[in-house]
Write a protein that binds this ligand. Structure first.
Ligand code: ASP
Length: 311
């Protein structure tokens, strides 16, 4: 059986001309580390679920990416992280939202799936569950980065001066991390984690923890999304990709293209997905300037890319 993994560190990157070499190098190194973390699990015969959690934990711990450490700020200057996992082999899922102190939100999403009677938990009650589960908790300073704080200040200025959504630079709009994998027993899994969108309203819930929107896995494919979450929820993006494969007989590439290049732009949504199917095919489409992405498909072909037209 082939094994495959694909991950993203968020869509909407800087233009190539605006990215300095050291930052680009750091992003590429972060993607490579996360890819290896997940692929090593698969090579050792581990499950797709363990692989996507390993990759997403690596990205959550890396302050460059908008998830876990380095998450963006809400309008009132707090961090409200969200995450989801889905085990395609059992079509089981867990997700969390509104977290301020859980080091790895993806592990809490997994605990919700495996050890609670629910699919989604949020805010203080979710953090209490994390403590009961013995997960690592961190103070606010751990999650803080100056870059994200500055992004909040700029965004508040833009809002105060009546700036339009189109005026926000791409790299300030987006960010999220996610991974999808196929293991050697044919099981598919997806995981996604995010700080959400800069200056989101307190209590706002995006697409990441909405099963079938930003995160989906079943017996046919696994999908993790990044982009303007409201649109991914309205398009039921993750589930729609799977449904097109199942009901229309489309390939993974066709189904992803229909949703990312047609459905989302029609609504006004920018972003992208990483997806893998039961044969180990991988798709990494996006409809914006770029997407931090990396994959090793079922034939062992590796990709690591940031910009449009690369990889
Ligand atoms: N999808 C995330 C959200 O809307 C953000 C992103 O991926 O850029 O919360």
């Amino acid at each position: 059986m082939p094994i495959a993994i694909a991950l993203h560190g968020g869509a909407g990157t800087l233009r190539r001309s605006e990215m300095d070499a050291a930052a680009e190098q750091a992003y590429r190194a972060g993607l490579a580390r996360a890819l290896e973390a997940g692929h090593a699990v698969l090579r050792a015969g581990g499950s797709a679920l363990d692989a996507v959690c390993a990759s997403v934990c690596a990205l959550e711990d890396d302050p460059l990416f908008n998830a876990g450490r380095g998450s963006v700020y809400t309008l009132d200057g707090k961090q409200e992280m969200e995450a989801a996992v889905m085990d395609g082999s059992r079509q089981d899922a867990g997700s969390v939202t509104g977290l301020g102190c859980v080091q790895n939100p993806v592990l809490l999403a997994r605990a919700v799936m495996e050890r609670s009677p629910h699919v989604t938990l949020g805010f203080a009650a979710a953090e209490d569950f994390a403590r009961r589960e013995g997960l690592d908790m961190r103070p606010p300073e751990y999650f803080h980065t100056d870059k994200r704080w500055q992004a909040l200040l700029l965004e508040k200025e833009r809002l105060a001066s009546g700036g339009k959504d189109e005026d926000i630079p791409e790299d300030r709009k987006h960010g999220t991390v996610g991974a999808v994998a196929l293991d050697d027993q044919g099981r598919l899994a997806a995981a996604t984690s995010t700080g959400g969108r800069t200056a989101k309203w307190p209590g706002r819930i995006g697409d990441t923890p909405v099963i079938g929107a930003g995160t989906w896995a079943d017996g046919d494919c696994a999908v993790s999304a990044t982009g303007h979450g409201e649109y991914f929820v309205r398009a039921a993006a993750g589930h729609e990709i799977s449904a097109r494969i199942r009901y229309l007989g489309e390939t993974l590439e066709q189904a992803c293209a229909a949703v990312v290049q047609d459905d989302l732009p029609r609504l006004g949504g920018t972003g992208g997905v990483v997806a893998v199917d039961k044969n180990g095919r991988v798709a990494l489409p996006f409809n914006c300037e770029g997407m931090y992405r990396a994959a090793i498909d079922g034939q062992g072909r590796a990709t690591l890319a940031i910009y449009r037209g690369e990889g």
